[in-house]
Write a protein that binds this ligand. Structure first.
Ligand code: PMP
Length: 444
């Protein structure tokens, strides 16, 4: 191994990945790992998809790069059309970027510029939710509510305001129905808007199904409808971050379709490139676009590599593959099968507090005590143990840390490739079972 790589962790070593084959990643020793989380919900088509590889090669032969300050490309234009054709109602414009954090940064800046263009310069406050992740660049990190990720950069972060997440397992009171819980949270948002001054608030940012920080937490029914109403009442932009839960992961192309609402701005990434290219996108309504088109005429933003033809060709091929093989429909059909497998294997486990999610986006939260929902002491590092035990068992699974204040427990995020058959899912759950049994035996 090279001494010159600055990796995520400066401790320990990792296997060297050399090949991808369908649901599997193969390391240098020949060991096969079922990619049960696509890294972090990236590899929706699995590995080494021929049609995407061919599409990238063909684009590379024709044109690798032309700067978006000078040219557009067929790949970028067609990808924009394909995304809008599948987008929530009212979403009509696509700004292509290189990943999720970039998409969120662009969304925040677009919201700000929109209000300047329409003569509401006081609108500057961003409200988001605790237990959320929107990216690691400073603006996106400021929007996110994950205390651990934010802590050391706090002096550098723009001011944002965080309200309670729609995290039923931890936040709903025993004497409250799911609907009442959603209403209480919506009222909390409204109170926060009032506190900041309705004319000063720019945007509310949320992941429809929360990914990295909490492990596939879906909203309760009706929550997002009420959030949408509050945003409309006060003229606040609703920014939905579908970087992780979008692109078919939950069984519909955009997760928010299942909540019956449309955002003003929506971000996507991971599944769009499916691991074949570094691409993200920010989509917005025609109203926002026209405010800029009829105003200053230019969104004051941009990156060297945004709208990169190779990335756009990959994204276009990913959507074609999803369409041709009806993969999103497959996720909608097989999602409940996966859920049942998880319930059968883990439902009776004394240390499994919650099994949740939608489609091929599932989470398991672990607790020391099911009655009290007490979390394991974070110093036991259960999530780290789960990750390692899974790797030993030949499984990639995305771990999430518990917190000392009991705001959430250690959890794993499960996000298999859409191409996984029921037998593949059973194999994944079996490997996960081995990892869970081994890790819990070490801490419980
Ligand atoms: N938003 C969400 C919801 C995410 O899950 C992530 C990545 N985990 C990001 C934004 C940031 O995306 P990227 O890592 O591509 O910058």
């Amino acid at each position: 191994m090279s001494d010159h790589v600055f990796g995520r962790s400066t401790k320990g070593t990792m296997p060297t990945a050399v090949k991808g084959e369908g649901c599997y990643i193969i390391d240098k020793t020949g060991k096969r790992y079922f990619d049960g989380s696509g890294g972090a919900a990236v590899s929706c088509l699995g590995h080494s998809d021929q049609s995407v590889k061919d599409a990238i090669r063909a684009q590379l032969d024709d044109l690798a790069f032309a700067h978006t300050g000078f040219f557009t490309s067929d790949a970028a234009e067609e990808l924009a059309d394909m995304l809008v054709a599948r987008a929530p109602e009212g979403i009509n414009r696509v700004y292509q970027l290189s990943g999720g954090s970039e998409a969120v940064e662009a969304a925040l800046k677009l919201a700000r510029q929109y209000y300047l263009e329409i003569g509401q310069p006081e609108r500057r406050h961003i409200i988001a939710r605790r237990q959320s992740y929107h990216g690691n660049t400073l603006g996106a990190l400021a929007a996110g509510g994950n205390a651990w990720r934010r802590e050391q950069y706090r002096p550098l972060l723009i001011e944002t305001h965080h309200v309670t997440p729609c995290y039923e397992y931890r936040e709903r009171r025993d004497d409250e129905s799911a609907e009442d819980f959603g209403t209480r949270l919506a009222q909390e948002l409204e109170a926060e808007v009032q506190r900041l001054g309705p004319d000063n608030v720019m945007a509310f940012v949320a992941e429809p199904v929360v990914g990295a920080t909490s492990g596939a937490v879906p909203p309760v029914p009706g929550y997002f409808r009420q959030i949408r109403e509050i945003c409309d009442r006060y003229g606040i932009l609703l920014i939905l971050d579908e970087v992780m839960c979008g692109m078919g992961r939950t069984g519909s192309f955009f997760a928010c379709e299942q909540d019956g609402i449309s955002p003003d701005i929506v971000t996507i990434a991971k599944g769009l490139g499916a691991g074949y290219a570094s691409i993200g996108a920010m989509l917005c309504t025609e109203t926002i676009y026209q405010a800029i088109a009829n105003g200053s005429g230019m969104f004051q933003h941009g990156h060297t590599y945004h709208g990169h033809p190779l990335a756009a060709a990959a994204g276009r091929a990913v959507i074609r593959a999803m369409d041709e093989r009806k993969l999103v429909e497959g996720v909608a059909q097989k999602g409940p099968v996966l859920e049942q497998m998880l319930r059968d294997r883990f439902g009776q486990n004394a240390h499994v507090g919650d099994i949740r999610g939608r489609g091929f986006f599932r989470g398991i939260e672990f607790v020391a005590d099911r009655e009290t929902k007490a979390t394991f002491d974070p110093s036991l590092n259960l999530s780290g143990k789960l990750k390692n035990a899974a790797m030993d068992a030949g499984l990639v699974i995305y771990p999430g840390k518990g917190t000392i204040d009991g705001k959430h427990g250690d959890h794993v995020l499960i996000a298999p490739p859409f191409i996984a058959s029921e037998d593949d899912l059973a194999e994944m759950v079996d490997r996960l079972g081995q990892a869970v049994d081994k890790s819990l035996a070490a801490v419980a």
